[in-house]
Structure formats: structure tokens, C-alpha cells
Design a protein around this ligand. Structure first.
Ligand code: UGA
Length: 436
């Protein structure tokens, strides 16, 4: 089997490396020559645990190569994956499909024989059909099939998610295309992964429905956490109490400062727009988007309240900047809403993140970046846990107290327990749990 992977962003690089690990010959293509040069030297442009090793091994085995030459990559490929970006279009929230359609045109120009064209990027319903139309219009004589094969990878655990997925969804409508896809995922068939064949449109919608459902689940528990604070209940016990019901499930019920990242914010918005366009509005998801946006701003107010109602002239220590741990991704991170609100209110910020500071400096240039978590606390009026990196889970409270001006902790990820923090002499504010 031979695969061409167009786009060496997060999805393309992880999928390409994992397919090569399955024994498939993969050529990753990108028009960014400097990126391809770096990849050829084994430099991985993103932080994803295990990816460097996986790429290195498969490059050494000769199953994974990188090129800017699209024609050469596509010639003779059994499957051509489109894994280019689909950012939110400025102004209206729709997914911007210009890169996807551009790739379709490129593919049409380069195909030499039958291949399946697979959309791996998250694309709105109807995109696969349009890709089909574009290629057919450009090359009416060509034999090909368009397939939708969305990914369900989480940043930080993407390789495991690819190698041991809960399911694989494949929108493939011909026997011939299904055969190619079955062959590609042969390794997963052997470990009895459920593989679901559907129509193109159904597969495209499954991806959005999954992400928006998860975003709704998080937003639900976040609102329940707010209610817990008012009535004196414990949100973790509530989450466990409802999550043990198999119909609800335990996962994605951890409260926090609001979901972020490159997927949930963009995909919830895009599905809302699609649904409006089709006259079938998704009012639940519209509300989820609004509640989540407001939540990030509310978190700044929570921090200000913890500091006695004002942060003017105060120094706030921030632990974690990325939207979640084990990634350097800053896209739509709650920190991007919370920190500017704090600085506008007059606070000085001292922050540290294990992997995200390089990206963060571009987006939050006016704050002080420190070398580790403790350094952020020096003479600070309060410390805020914004991202639950492991290294922030077990900090030395004595040392923290000796550094902080006042022992106030706002734990937006609930990694500490109220009783322990009280015993350590902290004023401890968290999410949805009663005070000790
Ligand atoms: C998400 C989905 O989980 C993946 O299945 C999907 O493939 C991916 O989007 C995508 O569409 O590409 P990811 O964005 O990497 O993956 O991150 P998640 O682990 O889902 O977390 C998203 C956000 O929700 C983070 O801000 C996280 O802190 C937050 N979250 C998650 C919570 O606040 N509580 C939870 O219980 C879980």
C-alpha cells in the first residue's frame, strides 16, 4: 500500500507516521519547504509525546518520507489523504475550505490512475461531495473515489488514539474504495476495532456531532460546578454519581475554565453555522458556544474576587498557558481570555508553561515569562493553576508560601484538595467544591 498525505500539520503528521507504523509506505507532502527540510532532518515542528521517536523509526525503515513534490507523492498512490487546515473563516465562523479545495485541484492534476481521495481534515457536511465534483470537472476520464475518514485524535495522546481507537469511521460508498480503506486499517481489524462504513455525509457529520457533544458535556459539568458552588455540593461527586450511569459515562465530566484548543471552539461554531444554513438550528450547541465563551471571562472575575475584588497593582502567578497539558498548542486557550482580562484590570502577570511559552510569547507578549513554576510565585499576590501539567500537581506548599506575598491559590483545574490546602495555610479557591 502507498499513501500520500497532503499537509504535515498535526493531523497529517500524526496520521502519516502512524500509517507508516502500520507498515504502509507514506509520503508526506507540504508546500512549506522549510518545514519539509526540518522534518527530513528529524525535527518535529509540534510537541506530541512519542511522535519524534515514531517518525525517526519509520524514516529509518524507509516507510516514511517527506517532500514538497506533490506530483511525485501522488503518482501511484493507492490513497491520497487531504489533511490540510480548515480554520474558522474570519467574520462568519464557517470552516475555511480554500486549502481543502486547493488540494483537490492539485490532486486532480497529479493523479495517474485509480486512487481513493480521503478527507482526514475536519470538513463540513458536503465537502467530500464538492471534492468529488472538483476532481471530476478537472479530469472527467479519471477513475477515483472520495472517502471521508475523520480523525478522533486528542492532542497529547494522539498516537495511542490512532493505534488503539474506540472506532474508525469511514464514509466510503463503493466496494472498491472500502477495500482500499480496509487494507489500510488492516492492523486495527486484527485487534477488533469497530470500523463503521457510512455515506460521505454521515461520516462528515459524525465528526462534528462527536466534538460538539463532548463540548456540550464539558459545558454541562461546568455549569453544574457553578451550581455546586452556590448550594455547597461537590462537583466531582456529582460527576461520579452521574457518570457511573452507563448511559452518561464518566469521561469528559471534569470541570475547568472552559474548553479550548484547535478543535472544539472551531467545530462547535462551524456546526452551528452549517445547521443554521440548512434551517435546522442546533440551539443547544449555540448555547454551549456562548456559555463557554463567557466562562473564560468569568474565570478572570473569579481570580479578581479571590484577590479581594481588585488586582490593580498586584502580581499574579500563572501556572500553565496551553489549553491542556502535554501540548504546546495555545489555540483558543482559556489563558488567552483570562490573562488579558487580568492585565486590563491592572495586574502584572508572571507565567510559566513547560511547552507552550514559545507560542504564548507571540500572543501574550507583555507578560513576564519565568523559568519554572516556583519562579512565577516570587512576590506574587496569588497563584493560579490554569493548565494541569503533571509538574503543577504536587508543588511544595511550604516553598510556595515562602515565595508568595499572600498564600492565595486559585485552582481552575481542581488538582489540589480543599482540605489539604487549608491545612497548608492557603486561601484556596477552586471549581465547584465546597470550602474545607
Ligand atoms: C478533541 C477531541 O477530544 C478529539 O477526539 C478530536 O479528534 C479533536 O478534538 C479534534 O477534533 O481534532 P483535543 O482538542 O486534543 O481533542 O482536546 P481534548 O482532550 O478533547 O480537550 C479539549 C478541551 O476540553 C481542553 O481545553 C480541555 O481542558 C477541556 N476538557 C476536557 C475539560 O475541560 N474537561 C474534560 O473533562 C475534558
Amino acid at each position: 500500500m502507498r499513501v500520500a498525505m497532503i499537509g504535515t500539520g498535526y493531523v497529517g503528521l500524526v496520521s502519516g507516521a502512524c500509517f507508516s507504523e502500520f507498515g504502509v509506505d507514506v509520503v508526506c507532502v507540504d508546500r512549506d519547504a522549510s518545514k519539509i527540510e526540518r522534518l527530513k532532518k528529524g525535527e518535529i515542528p509540534i510537541y506530541e509525546p512519542g511522535l519524534d521517536e515514531l517518525v525517526k523509526n519509520n524514516v529509518e525503515q524507509g516507510r516514511l518520507t517527506f517532500t514538497t513534490d506533490l506530483k511525485q507523492a501522488i503518482a501511484g498512490a493507492d490513497a491520497v489523504f487531504i489533511a490540510v487546515g480548515t480554520p474558522s473563516r474570519r467574520g462568519d465562523g464557517h470552516a475555511d475550505l480554500s486549502y481543502v479545495y486547493g488540494a483537490a485541484m492539485d490532486i486532480a492534476g497529479a493523479l495517474t490512475g485509480y486512487a481513493v481521495i480521503v478527507t482526514k481534515s475536519t470538513v463540513p457536511v458536503g465537502t467530500g461531495r464538492e471534492v468529488e465534483r472538483i476532481i471530476k470537472a478537472a479530469r472527467p476520464e479519471l477513475e477515483f473515489d472520495v472517502v471521508s475518514n475523520p480523525e478522533f485524535l486528542r492532542e497529547g495522546s494522539a498516537i495511542n488514539d490512532f493505534m488503539r481507537p474506540d472506532r474508525v469511521v469511514i464514509g466510503a460508498e463503493t466496494e472498491r474504495a472500502q477495500k482500499v480503506m480496509r487494507q489500510l486499517y488492516r492492523v486495527l481489524y486484527l485487534i477488533e476495532t469497530p470500523i463503521l462504513f457510512t455515506s460521505l455525509e454521515t461520516s462528515e457529520l459524525i465528526k462534528y456531532a462527536a466534538n460538539t457533544f463532548l463540548a456540550a458535556k464539558i459545558t454541562f459539568i461546568n455549569e453544574i460546578a457553578d451550581l455546586c458552588e452556590k448550594v455547597g455540593a461537590d462537583v466531582h461527586d456529582v460527576a461520579r454519581g452521574i457518570g457511573l450511569d452507563g448511559r452518561i459515562g464518566k469521561k469528559f465530566l471534569h470541570p475547568g475554565p472552559g474548553y479550548g484548543g484547535s478543535c472544539f471552539p472551531k467545530d462547535t461554531l462551524a456546526l452551528v453555522k452549517t445547521a443554521q444554513d440548512y434551517g435546522a438550528p442546533l440551539r443547544i450547541i449555540e448555547t454551549v458556544v456562548a456559555v463557554n465563551d463567557k466562562r473564560k471571562r468569568d474565570m478572570a472575575d473569579k481570580i479578581i474576587a479571590a484577590c479581594g475584588g481588585s488586582v490593580a497593582g498586584k502580581t499574579i502567578s500563572i501556572l500553565g498557558l496551553t489549553f491542556k497539558p502535554n501540548t504546546d498548542d495555545m489555540r483558543d486557550s482559556p489563558s488567552l481570555a483570562i490573562i488579558p482580562a487580568l492585565t486590563q484590570a491592572g495586574a502584572k502577570i508572571q507565567a510559566y508553561d513547560p511547552e507552550g511559552m514559545h507560542e504564548a510569547k507571540k500572543m501574550l507578549p507583555d507578560i513576564t515569562y519565568c523559568n519554572d513554576g516556583y519562579e512565577t510565585m516570587k512576590d506574587a499576590d496569588a497563584v493560579v493553576v490554569l493548565t494541569e501539567w503533571n509538574q503543577f500537581r504536587n508543588l511544595d506548599t511550604k516553598r510556595m508560601k515562602s515565595l508568595l506575598k499572600t498564600p492565595i491559590m486559585v485552582d481552575l483545574r481542581n488538582v489540589y484538595t480543599p482540605a489539604d490546602m487549608k491545612a497548608a495555610g492557603f486561601t484556596y479557591i477552586c471549581i465547584g467544591r465546597p470550602k474545607a
